[in-house]
Design a protein around this ligand. Structure first.
Ligand code: NA7
Length: 541
């Protein structure tokens, strides 16, 4: 630590404030404490874990392989922790987060039940003033946001939600106590990754389940299973190889695209390949498929047709099967939900599927749900209606940069960022898993981004720098680059949280490029180059 840095930070409460104690915030705290910095984390929840703290809905689990999801930074941790299933459920993952917090004694620097209301840059002192919603103020030199891309749940914009007399839950605000479904009339609104996991889990527990589907989603089998002792030993011995592979693949999953195009093989070979992928664990059918299925409509149609046939085979009633087959987007062009006997749920006598694209929900009544066609009575309504993704959590905090500029104003027409890590005019603020970063298998991306931010803060503290800012040109160039990368990707031509669409939030009806859709290795190469060049693309003082 240099003398000048110490003296300039003397009047500040902390060197660094981190907002959020999910996977990003926890690892960022660990890394910054290693540097000997004074760090404080503010977290809204009563415990660590972020996504895994909040999303306690029935059936919540990984869609990426457990052993590729955990932190890779500590060899000791990798050997100590044992995942029980190939795709662990939320209770186990939350236990894992707590295990990490205990092991590295993280909680002593985390202040729980503390929601950040505003973060205001102080030009005179090159610092940030953070105000919590209880009114307390805290100052710091550097601010790191670790607020998550999917952490602001949204409810439908229909009247009557508060007047419903039964129990109702958003999946991301699920209670800690067990919900009793026995004999209950239950509604689920939403059939994204979350809705699908919920529906397949509760269908056999409830009295009657009514699923309200607005848009059919493609889904493919997860093929979860317990990890046996022999596999466990192989995983532990093979972590080096597993993480090396994740570093090389497009989106940090263990799966990598097949180098062939869908039409470079015979029809029979293609069919056999799809059959094989459909029978394998995890995201292989999405991330390890022919190289052109996510960019070429005709190639995509071959896998869409294949999966549609599977749905027809699995669902007995052809009308219901047809309702479950997406018509407005191709397979894998939205985030692919993975399922476990999801389609078979619709063969049960106690389950109905209502297509609300035909008969929209008009309002929630005290007794249940009124569509344009009829009224339904329920004991429980589950909103699996998703999140104000990527920028939503930024919108909730009053971020003001240099000269009082509002982040909300700057991002009015969509996010503008430098490397997805900084925004010009918001000095000393770094974002983890904000807009324009490579998401993919998220902990892999988190570890990279945290390491990059740690490198930058190290660079600054070693040199006594108190001002780090992206340039307007750097921000514009990165934003243009991210937009250009999205051109030609089928996923960017489809409405989903990945294109910034949320029908429940005013102003989020127009597609934007909210995420980096290039490869993770290319992303890291660019960020590494910036660091290697002494961050010369930044304004430093
Ligand atoms: P998603 O994938 O955004 O899915 C939300 C679902 O809720 C989707 O089926 C929506 O239909 C539906 N929805 C949203 N609002 C409404 C209203 N107002 N009325 C009816 N239906 C509605 O969120 P998830 O939580 O499933 O998954 C988010 C990510 O979390 C997931 O990708 C994983 O990475 C983890 P729509 O398709 O918009 O017509």
């Amino acid at each position: 630590m240099t003398g000048s840095r110490e003296s300039s930070t003397d009047r500040l409460d902390y060197d660094v404030i981190i907002i959020g104690a999910g996977l990003s915030g926890m690892y960022q705290l660990y890394r910054l404490r290693e540097l000997g910095l004074k760090v404080r984390v503010f977290e809204t929840g009563t415990g660590v874990g972020g996504t895994w703290y909040w999303n306690r809905y029935p059936g919540a689990r990984f869609d990426s392989e457990s052993y590729s999801y955990g932190y890779s930074f500590s060899k000791e941790l990798l050997q100590e922790w044992e995942w029980s299933e190939h795709f662990a459920g939320q209770p186990e993952t939350l236990r894992y987060c707590n295990f990490v917090a205990d092991k590295f004694d993280l909680r002593r620097d985390i202040q729980f039940e503390s929601r950040v209301a505003s973060a205001i840059y102080q030009d005179a002192t090159r610092s940030w003033a953070i105000t919590l919603d209880n009114g307390t103020r805290h100052s710091c030199r550097f601010l790191v946001t670790a607020i998550g891309p999917l952490s602001t749940p949204t409810l439908p914009r229909v009247e009557g939600i508060e007047r419903f007399k039964g129990q109702s839950f958003h999946t991301a605000r699920w209670p800690k106590e067990k919900v009793d479904f026995a004999g209950k009339r239950v509604a689920v609104i939403g059939t994204g990754a979350t809705g699908i996991q919920t529906i397949q889990t509760i269908a056999s527990e409830v009295g009657h389940l009514t699923v309200f589907q607005r848009t059919a989603n493609w889904a493919a089998p997860l093929h979860n299973g317990k990890i046996d002792a022999e596999t466990q030993a192989k995983i532990k011995a093979g972590y080096g190889e597993i993480f090396r592979r994740c570093q090389e693949t497009f989106a940090c999953f263990v799966h990598t695209p097949d180098p062939r195009g869908a039409f470079e093989v015979s029809d029979a070979e293609r069919e056999a390949f799809y059959e094989k992928l459909y029978g394998e664990r995890g995201f292989g059918i999405w991330q390890g498929n022919f190289k052109d299925i996510l960019i070429d409509r005709k190639a995509n149609a071959t896998i869409s047709d294949f999966v549609a046939r599977k749905i027809r085979e699995r669902v007995r009633d052809p009308v219901v099967a047809d309702r479950l087959i997406p018509k407005n987007h191709g397979f894998g062009t939205r985030r692919l939900p993975l399922e476990t006997f999801y389609y078979e749920v619709y063969n049960r006598d106690n389950v109905d599927l209502i297509d609300i694209s035909e008969t929209p929900i008009e309002r929630i009544t005290p007794e249940g749900i009124k569509t344009s066609e009829r009224e339904f009575a329920f004991d429980i309504i589950i909103y699996a209606t998703g999140f104000d993704a990527i920028t939503g959590s930024f919108d909730k905090i009053d971020f003001r940069g240099a000269n009082g500029a509002l982040l909300k104003d700057k991002w009015r027409r969509g996010p503008e960022t430098y490397l997805g890590l900084m925004v010009d005019g918001f000095p000393n603020m770094m974002m983890l898993m904000g807009p324009h970063t490579a998401l993919g298998n998220i902990p892999r991306s988190i570890e990279y981004s945290v390491d990059w931010v740690t490198g930058l803060i190290t660079f600054a503290t070693e040199r006594g720098l108190t001002f780090l800012d992206a340039t307007p040109a750097g921000t514009a160039a990165w934003t243009d680059h991210v937009k250009a990368l999205g051109v030609g990707l089928l996923s960017n031509e489809v409405n989903s949280w990945m294109t910034g669409i949320n029908s429940n939030v005013e102003g989020k009806q127009t597609r934007i490029v909210a995420r980096y859709s290039g490869s993770a290795p290319a992303y890291r190469a660019k960020c590494d180059e910036v660091a290697a060049n002494g961050y010369d693309e930044l304004r430093l003082a």
